[in-house]
Design a protein around this ligand. Structure first.
Ligand SMILES: *[C@@H]1O[C@H](CO)[C@@H](O)[C@H](O)[C@H]1NC(C)=O
Ligand SMILES: *[C@@H]1O[C@H](CO)[C@@H](O)[C@H](O)[C@H]1NC(C)=O
Ligand SMILES: *[C@@H]1O[C@H](CO)[C@@H](O)[C@H](O)[C@H]1NC(C)=O
Ligand SMILES: *[C@@H]1O[C@H](CO)[C@@H](O)[C@H](O)[C@H]1NC(C)=O
Ligand SMILES: *[C@@H]1O[C@H](CO)[C@@H](O)[C@H](O)[C@H]1NC(C)=O
Ligand SMILES: *[C@@H]1O[C@H](CO)[C@@H](O)[C@H](O)[C@H]1NC(C)=O
Length: 403
C-alpha cells in the first residue's frame, strides 16, 4: 500500500511538467530538454521500483527455495526422526499421530474434545496392527503416592498393551522421573469438585483423551489411593476377554438411592430407570464413546442432581442401565470396604498390610459371574490405601500380588 501511494505521487509530480511542455510548442529545445528530463526521471523511477520489486520477489523466492530444499531433503532422508521433528506443527494428517497421539497436550475445549472423541470408524478392519490396550485413568487432586507400586506393576510389560492418563487439579504437576510409566501422562485438566458434576466432567475428560488412541479398548478409572491386587497379565486378560463392562449399577430403595431422584427428570429419566453405583468404573470402548457422546442425559444430571444427589454415583449407572444394561456386569472390579457404615469407606494404613489381608481381597471364597462362568476373582483393584501402606506393599507385592 505504502509503495503504490509513493508511485502515484511520483507520477502526478511528473505529469505537470509534461502538460506545460506540450502547451509551449514553439520552443523545441525546451521540449527536447523536458523529454530528456522525463526520460531520465522515468529511468530513475523504473530502477528504484524494480529494485524494490526484485528484492520483494527474491525474498519470496528464498522462502520457496528453503521449503523446497527442506522437503526434498526429507523425502530422500532415511532419518524418519528428523521428519517427525520437522512436521511437529504441520503433520495433522500423519497417520501415526491420528491413531495414537503421543503428546497428550492440546488446546481443545471439552466440547471440541468430546466431539472428536465420539467419532467411530465405519470400517471394521484397521489399517494397522491393533493390539487392544487397557487405559488406566487416574483421577487425583495431587500426588500419586502409590506410583512406585504401579510402576512395578507395569514394569517389563508390553507397552502396546496399556496406556496411562492422569487428571490432576489444574496447576498441579506430577513429579515424575523420565523412567516412570507416568512420565508425561498428565492430560489438560480443569477444576474438579468432589460431589459436584465437575467430577463427571473430569471422568469424561479422561475417557475422551484416552479415546483419541484408537487402540484403547478398555478404560478403568482409578484414584490416588487405588492399588492393583493382581499382576498385569491377569488384569489384562480379565478385562480384554470380558464381554461385559464393570460398572456397579443397582436399585437402592433407601433415601441414599431412590431418595436422590428428582421428579423433574421425567419423562426422560423415571424413578424405575434410576440407579446407583460406585464411581470407580471399568468400561469397554463402545460404552466410553456413548458416555462421551451423551449430552441429553448428562444435562439432566447437571441440572437436577445436586447434593445430596451425587452425579458421579448416579449418572453413569443410570445411563448404562437405561440403554446398555445387557453390556454391563453391574458390578465393580475395584474393592472398597464399607463395613464401617460411615459416610466414607475404610482407609488401610501400614499396619493393615498383611499377607492374609491381601489374600482375602484377592479371594475370600465368594464367586462372581464372569462371562458365562463363575470365578473367584471378583476384584482386580482395591482402595483406599494410605500413603503409609506403600512401603509394606512394596515389600510384600512379589510374594502375594504376583508382581
Ligand atoms: C521430585 O522427586 C525427586 C525424587 O523422586 C525428589 O528428589 C525431588 O525433591 C522431588 N521434587 C519435588 C518438587 O517434589
Ligand atoms: C532421563 O533423565 C536423566 C537425568 O535427568 C537424563 O540423563 C536421561 O538422558 C533422561 N533419559 C531420557 C530417556 O530422556
Ligand atoms: C445387568 O443389569 C442389566 C439391567 O440393567 C441386565 O440386563 C443385565 O443382564 C445385567 N448383567 C448381567 C451380567 O447380569
Ligand atoms: C487396620 O488395622 C488396625 C490395627 O490392627 C485395625 O484397628 C483396623 O480396624 C484395621 N482397619 C481395617 C479397615 O481393617
Ligand atoms: C467376601 O466378599 C464378598 C463380596 O464382596 C462380601 O460380600 C463378603 O462380606 C466378603 N467376605 C469376607 C469374609 O470378607
Ligand atoms: C518386609 O518383609 C519382611 C518379611 O518378609 C519383614 O521382616 C520386614 O519387616 C518387612 N519390612 C517392611 C518395611 O514392612
Amino acid at each position: 500500500m505504502g509503495r503504490s501511494r509513493e508511485k502515484e505521487d511520483a507520477e502526478s509530480r511528473f505529469n505537470s511538467p509534461v502538460s506545460i511542455s506540450v502547451a509551449d510548442s514553439s520552443v523545441s529545445l525546451l521540449k527536447l530538454i523536458s523529454i530528456l528530463i522525463i526520460f531520465v526521471v522515468g529511468v530513475v523511477i523504473g530502477l528504484v521500483s524494480s529494485s524494490h520489486i526484485d528484492r520483494y520477489f527474491s525474498f519470496r523466492a528464498d522462502q520457496f527455495n528453503i521449503k523446497n530444499i527442506y522437503f526434498a531433503a526429507d523425502q530422500f532422508s532415511s532419518d524418519s526422526e528428523k521428519m517427525l521433528v520437522n512436521c511437529e506443527r504441520e503433520c495433522a494428517l500423519s497417520m501415526e499421530s491420528f491413531i495414537r497421539p503421543l503428546n497428550l497436550n492440546h488446546r481443545m475445549t471439552d466440547d471440541e474434545l468430546f466431539w472428536r472423541a465420539s467419532m467411530v470408524p465405519q470400517k471394521e478392519e484397521f489399517p494397522f496392527k491393533r493390539v487392544p490396550k487397557v487405559a488406566f485413568m487416574f483421577m487425583t487432586r495431587g500426588p500419586l503416592p502409590m506410583m512406585p507400586l504401579w510402576d512395578r506393576f507395569f514394569s517389563g510389560q508390553d507397552v502396546d498393551k496399556y496406556s496411562i492418563y492422569v487428571h490432576a487439579l489444574p496447576g498441579f504437576e506430577l513429579n515424575v522421573s523420565n523412567s516412570s510409566v507416568f512420565y508425561r501422562r498428565q492430560i489438560p485438566s480443569q477444576h474438579v469438585e468432589w460431589g459436584s458434576v465437575s467430577l463427571v466432567d473430569g471422568e469424561k475428560r479422561l475417557l475422551a483423551n484416552a479415546l483419541l488412541d484408537f487402540s484403547n479398548e478398555r478404560f478403568v478409572l482409578l484414584s490416588e489411593s487405588c492399588i492393583p491386587i493382581y499382576n498385569f497379565q491377569t488384569v489384562y486378560k480379565y478385562l480384554t476377554r470380558s464381554v461385559h463392562s464393570f460398572v456397579e449399577s443397582y436399585d437402592n430403595p433407601s433415601r441414599y438411592g431412590r431418595g436422590r431422584y428428582n421428579r423433574r427428570m421425567k419423562p426422560d429419566i423415571r424413578l424405575t430407570d434410576w440407579r446407583k453405583g460406585s464411581q470407580w468404573f471399568e468400561i469397554h470402548r463402545t460404552l466410553a464413546i456413548k458416555i462421551v457422546a451423551d449430552t441429553k442425559y448428562y444435562k439432566l444430571f447437571k441440572k437436577y442432581c445436586h447434593p445430596s444427589c451425587y452425579p458421579d454415583e448416579h449418572y453413569i449407572p443410570t445411563y448404562l442401565h437405561k440403554f446398555y444394561g445387557a453390556l454391563n456386569a453391574n458390578r465393580t472390579v475395584t474393592y472398597v470396604d464399607w463395613s464401617l457404615m460411615g459416610p466414607h469407606p475404610a482407609t488401610f494404613t501400614a499396619v493393615n498390610i498383611t499377607e492374609g489381608f491381601l489374600q482375602s481381597l484377592r479371594n475370600n471364597g465368594t464367586l462372581c459371574s464372569y462371562n458365562t462362568e463363575k470365578t473367584s476373582v471378583c476384584y482386580l483393584f482395591a482402595r483406599k490405601f494410605d500413603s503409609s501402606a506403600l512401603e509394606p506393599l512394596l515389600n510384600i507385592s512379589s510374594q502375594v500380588l504376583g508382581f
